[in-house]
Design a protein around this ligand. Structure first.
Ligand SMILES: [Zn+2]
Length: 285
């Protein structure tokens, strides 16, 4: 009998803990009333590993922006996005008890791109181009930030990395993450790079739309702003290169129709959250 070739033997041994992980690694990161919070997820990469990778990737992003003179140059925009974030964060507790206590961080990149993102654990960036070019109301800003925060709450990047591990395509990374291979420094760099490159699935986008909009409504932001936001985004992409945010969040009429229906469903939540507030103050840019 011919022996197994060394690479295959290596892979078999590496797959063993992965298979054990597959059996043990399914859970939902969130809970609560939204059906977007319920789905079971494959979570092989530990939160601690994600924290290390995020710390490196976020610090690197901020360093690069600072070097280019683009970090928090617009204090008016910075104050505004942090004010919106500070209203959204307490409502995250409806979906997971630990989230209001996370070290959430929002910084503003002074760049004309229409872009915003959130990394694992709520490390976020909003680009001035998004706020300026779309002339966002606070409600629209909350729709976009709620969507990004929902990706963090659902840990979609941890899930995407876990799925990449499970496919064996990134077996070397798997070996490192499981502590069977090279040094921790290499693992963090490779993982951080992969984390930034893995796109969110359409299912993850739909969950972020639904959970994010409920988060906004619970925080007293008008959920109908998600519809006007998408209309503004779509107008920007006509005849030009689509906005950066749209390259990872493709717009289509079905999505707008779904958001529109969802916004109507969430109106009672929004109205309850805003009862007693002055609507003029709420909508001020
Ligand atoms: Zn998204």
């Amino acid at each position: 009998m011919r022996g197994m070739n060394p690479l295959n033997r290596y892979r078999t041994w590496c797959m063993l803990p992965l298979l054990v992980g597959l059996l043990a690694g399914c859970a939902s990161t969130t809970q609560g009333s939204s059906d977007a919070a319920q789905r079971q997820q494959l979570l092989l990469v530990s939160p601690q590993q994600m924290d290390r990778m995020t710390a490196q990737a976020y610090a690197q992003s901020l360093r690069q922006a600072k070097r280019q003179g683009q970090l928090n140059q617009r204090l008016d925009v910075l104050a505004r996005v942090r004010r919106v974030a500070n209203r959204l964060i307490p409502a995250t507790g409806a979906f997971r008890a630990d989230a209001p206590g996370w070290a959430w961080e929002v910084n503003v990149i002074d760049h004309p791109d229409l872009n915003a993102w959130a990394m694992h654990g709520g490390k976020m960036a909003v680009y001035t181009g998004l706020v300026d070019k779309l002339q966002l109301t606070d409600d629209e800003l909350a729709a976009i930030m709620g969507h990004e925060m929902a990706h963090a709450l659902r840990e979609h990047s941890r899930e995407a990395m876990s799925q990449a591990l499970a496919t064996d395509l990134t077996i070397n990374l798997g070996v490192q993450l499981l502590g069977l291979g090279a040094g921790v420094g290499d693992m963090v760099s490779t993982g951080a790079d992969l984390m930034l490159r893995l796109p969110n699935s359409r299912r993850a986008e739909s969950e972020a739309d639904r959970l994010g909009l409920e988060l906004a409504a619970r925080s007293g932001f008008d959920p109908r702003a998600a519809v006007s936001l998408w209309q503004k985004m779509a107008a920007q992409s006509q005849g030009k290169q689509p906005p950066a945010w749209l390259s990872t969040h493709p717009s289509h009429s079905q999505r707008v129709a779904e958001l529109s229906a969802l916004a109507q469903q969430l109106l009672p939540v929004y109205r309850q959250a805003t009862s007693g507030r002055d609507p003029v103050v709420r909508r001020a840019p």
